[in-house]
Ligand binder design. Structure first.
Ligand SMILES: [Zn+2]
Length: 327
């Protein structure tokens, strides 16, 4: 049996927040522990795993089922590494860093985890975690399409060239971009995806230098080449939204300017791949790398994500992926 005093102590130190924020993660679900606290004589263990008391934090974060859902979901989250103590704090934090569209998927996954628990309790049936994730992403896409239609916009369709093009199977595409928030520092972003639009890796860094746009973009391509090489990719397509950089990289002669330093480095690095192709794209098709280049300013040094990326770029990654599926 659960100790009522222990549960109350867990809830005593909560910070006061505005009402709307408080409601996001409030402990109002009829979990087994909450039912017990209301005087019902129920088994307080979580029915999905039977390993711990069924609190909100256990259901959505600490249960092995929840951990697997978040780890395999497009968010690629490790709830074990979280800094927040409980579900309320964690939910509050995620709501703040996700943009409106992606927040929809976040809540759909929460709803799916709760539905899966109810299915177990009331129907004695189980969903596997991949089914839960696939259902959530499908529901979320239907919601997005409905919202787009309501707003008078339509999803990108076949024949629309202004969408990210996936590489052929067996090849990865490396999108790169540079950003400048101040005169002295440039942010560089790299997004590596497969032929299905799946995120295989991403990286960002900052470089000190008051370079012009072309030099910064060339530096971003060089960073992309270094990351792709270090992760062992051998057949690679590089994509930037700078026509000048692609032109410079396709030339065999060098201009007498600073960007040539990076162009020479790129030529040298390209020899390390079995195949390396360079392409130009529109800025609208390079959004994931663009967001990552901007995000670089808030991150210390170089950061590499294997098999994923930060939440902030996921809307762009999924939108690009959705465009492939709609073709
Ligand atoms: Zn559990």
């Amino acid at each position: 049996m659960v100790d009522n005093k222990l549960i109350d102590d867990n809830h005593r130190g909560r910070r006061r927040r505005p009402r709307a924020m408080e409601e996001r993660g409030q402990d109002i679900l009829p979990t087994k522990v909450n039912l017990f606290r209301r005087g019902l004589h129920v088994d307080v263990y979580h029915p999905l795993c039977g390993e711990d008391y069924e609190t909100q934090t256990h259901i959505f974060l600490d249960c092995m089922v929840a951990k697997e859902v978040w780890a395999k979901s497009p968010f690629r989250l490790s709830t074990s590494d979280r800094l927040q103590k409980n579900f309320e704090e964690w939910c509050f934090h995620l709501c703040d860093i996700l943009d409106d569209e992606v927040r929809g998927l976040f809540f759909t996954l929460l709803w799916m985890i709760w539905s899966s628990r109810n299915r177990r309790v009331f129907e004695e049936k189980r969903w596997n975690t991949l089914t839960m994730i696939n259902y959530s992403v499908d529901y979320w896409r239907i919601l997005l399409e409905a919202l787009e239609k309501k707003g008078g916009k339509s999803m990108p369709t076949q024949g629309n060239k202004e969408t990210w093009e996936p590489p052929p199977a067996g090849v990865v595409k490396v999108n790169t971009d540079a950003s400048s928030v101040n005169k002295e520092v440039r942010g560089l972003g790299v997004v590596i995806r497969d032929h299905r639009g799946g995120l295989v890796a991403s990286a960002c860094t900052t470089m000190k230098g008051s370079w012009d746009v072309v030099t910064s973009e060339a530096c971003a391509v060089r960073f992309g080449m270094k990351i792709a090489r270090s992760l062992g990719f051998d057949h690679v397509m590089f994509e930037t939204d700078s026509k000048q950089v692609v032109h410079a990289l396709n030339c065999t002669t060098y201009k007498a300017d600073y960007s040539s330093t990076f162009v020479k480095d790129c030529h040298h690095l390209a020899n390390d791949f079995s195949s390396a192709k360079l392409m130009v794209t529109m800025r609208s098709c390079n959004q994931a790398a663009h967001k990552l280049a901007k995000l670089a300013y808030g991150i210390d040094g170089t950061r590499v994500w294997i098999d994923g990326g930060p939440c902030e770029i996921m809307t762009s990654v999924w939108a690009d992926k959705a465009c492939i599926n709609l073709r």
